[in-house]
Design a protein around this ligand. Structure first.
Ligand SMILES: [Zn+2]
Length: 96
């Protein structure tokens, strides 16, 4: 089972960095679409070494893509499911 992590520290800062990246992603996608190349958000993530499964946050997204998956809580702190695709790093893990 995936690890539950609090949405603080590194996860929060990755999430906020992802929000800032949104404009960049939109411009990239418009440019790629104009050039007739693959231009989904997944393509953007792949081209930038980001984990598309968790939008580079390190925390697994809900099935519907809105919000993050919770796995319980620690005291008052909700715990979220760490992304298994990238091991919580938000980056594409290249098997070596
Ligand atoms: Zn991930």
């Amino acid at each position: 089972m995936a690890r539950g992590v609090p949405f603080t520290g590194e996860y929060l800062s990755r999430y906020l960095a992802g929000q800032k990246r949104w404009n960049e992603a939109r411009e990239w996608r418009a440019k790629e679409a104009g050039a007739g190349r693959p231009s989904t958000y997944q393509d953007f993530c792949r081209a930038h070494g980001l984990c598309a499964a968790c939008a580079a946050s390190g925390v697994a997204l809900n099935e519907n893509g809105a919000g993050f998956r919770t796995v319980g809580s620690s005291g008052n702190l909700p715990l979220y499911e760490e992304c298994e695709v990238c091991g919580g790093t938000g980056r594409i893990v290249t098997p070596s």
